[in-house]
Design a protein. Structure first.
Ligand code: TXA
Ligand code: MG
Length: 336
């Protein structure tokens, strides 16, 4: 049986987590973005268990979580000045840096690539575990492969509960979508965002003083993309996902319902949909950052309500709205 604790976890739980990690166990950890499924990044067998539990293909590398910028040179080589500046400014925080890997980074972690992804998460529980543990923690999001990421300990328990040795409960995630991933390995002079998150291109540009590229490659594995987790079909609930504008929502909902779909509309409360009952609607926040915080909980709720199609009116494409729209597009591709 997994050991589980009601929120908040205590110092004794942190000690227990460290003991488990040192002996090759799997510990689900809260971070400010989403919950991660952590194992000792230096223990090949433990990292393999992550892949087995998630049902994740071995070619999909995992992020190594570290306590702070001093770990850069342990896990990466030829660390460019830009990486140090970004780590100084944004760590701990929702920013993952892709760098040339050091010998310490195992093939099972990097997917055999010559690069490693590093991040210091900004959550007191995760940082306490990392500091006490001392090493790096390989941790993908604690969900089954391709599904919706968990933003509460309860989500983890529902998805992976019996297969995880310990679930640390740090409450709901403050940000709600995964970290921004920046590639500084291909060309440090041209930082490239592989996955959008709370730290935007503008945030990075203000610190680095150079233009940041946005990699909007939706080709999936066939395209040989460098962030292999960025499959088109990802972050998907069981229900189909469809994006719709506020003005078209009512008509689209009616058409889908007429065609026999069980529609759930996720939209701000003022978006009219006269044909739908209260049970067939979930109110979405207008502010992009607020939307991000509840995005995955809304998609999970849609599945609980048995929806066959989730119609979503997305937030504005600014700030965290960029990441929310990116995840929704991928979720939509999931049943495309
Ligand atoms: O916010 C987050 O980043 C969360 C929390 C738990 O830290 N983690 C997370 O992990 O989202 P995961 O495994 O679900 O997504 C990691 C992404 C994948 O798309 C993977 O392909 C990419 O990071 N990645 C990992 N190592 C990489 C590398 N060396 N080069 C390029 N992309 C890499
Ligand atoms: Mg994931």
């Amino acid at each position: 049986m997994p050991r589980m604790f009601p929120s908040p976890s205590t110092p004794a739980d942190i000690d227990r987590a460290v003991v488990l990690l040192r002996s090759g166990g799997l510990v689900a950890l809260p971070t400010e973005t989403v919950y991660g499924l952590a194992a000792d990044a230096s223990n090949e067998i433990a990292v393999r268990r992550i892949f087995a539990v998630k049902g994740r293909p071995a070619s999909h590398p995992v992020i190594v979580h570290v306590a702070g910028a001093t770990a850069l040179d342990a896990w990466a080589r030829d660390v460019p000045e830009a990486a140090r500046r970004l780590a100084d400014v944004f760590w701990p925080g929702p920013l993952t840096l892709v760098l040339p890997r050091s010998a310490r980074a195992l093939d099972v972690v990097t997917g055999g690539q010559d690069t490693v992804a590093l991040r210091a998460p900004d959550h007191p529980l995760a940082l306490a575990v990392l500091k006490a543990f001392g090493g790096g923690l390989a941790a993908p999001s604690a969900n089954r492969f391709g599904h919706v990421s968990p933003t509460s300990a309860e989500h983890v328990r529902v998805d992976l509960g019996v297969e995880v040795d310990l679930v640390l409960d740090g409450g709901p995630c403050a940000i709600g979508v995964e970290s921004t991933i920046v590639d500084l390995a291909s060309d440090p002079a041209v930082p490239t965002i592989l996955r959008s998150g709370a730290i935007t291109a503008g945030d990075l540009e203000r610190v680095l003083g150079v233009a940041v590229r946005l990699d909007r490659d939706d080709a999936g594995m066939e395209g040989g993309v460098r962030a292999p987790g960025m499959l088109a079909a990802h972050y998907a609930p069981r229900a189909g996902v469809e994006l719709v504008s506020a003005s078209a929502a009512a008509e689209r909902a009616a058409a889908l319902t007429a065609a026999g779909s069980h529609v759930l509309l996720v939209a701000p409360a003022d978006v009219p949909a006269p044909g739908l009952t209260a049970e067939e609607r979930l109110d979405a926040p207008v502010e992009p950052a607020d939307f991000a915080r509840v995005l995955y909980a809304l998609l999970r709720e849609a599945d609980l309500r048995g929806a066959s199609v989730v119609l979503v009116v997305p937030p504005a494409e600014s700030g965290l709205g960029i990441a929310v729209r990116d995840r929704l597009r991928r979720a939509a591709a999931g049943r495309g």
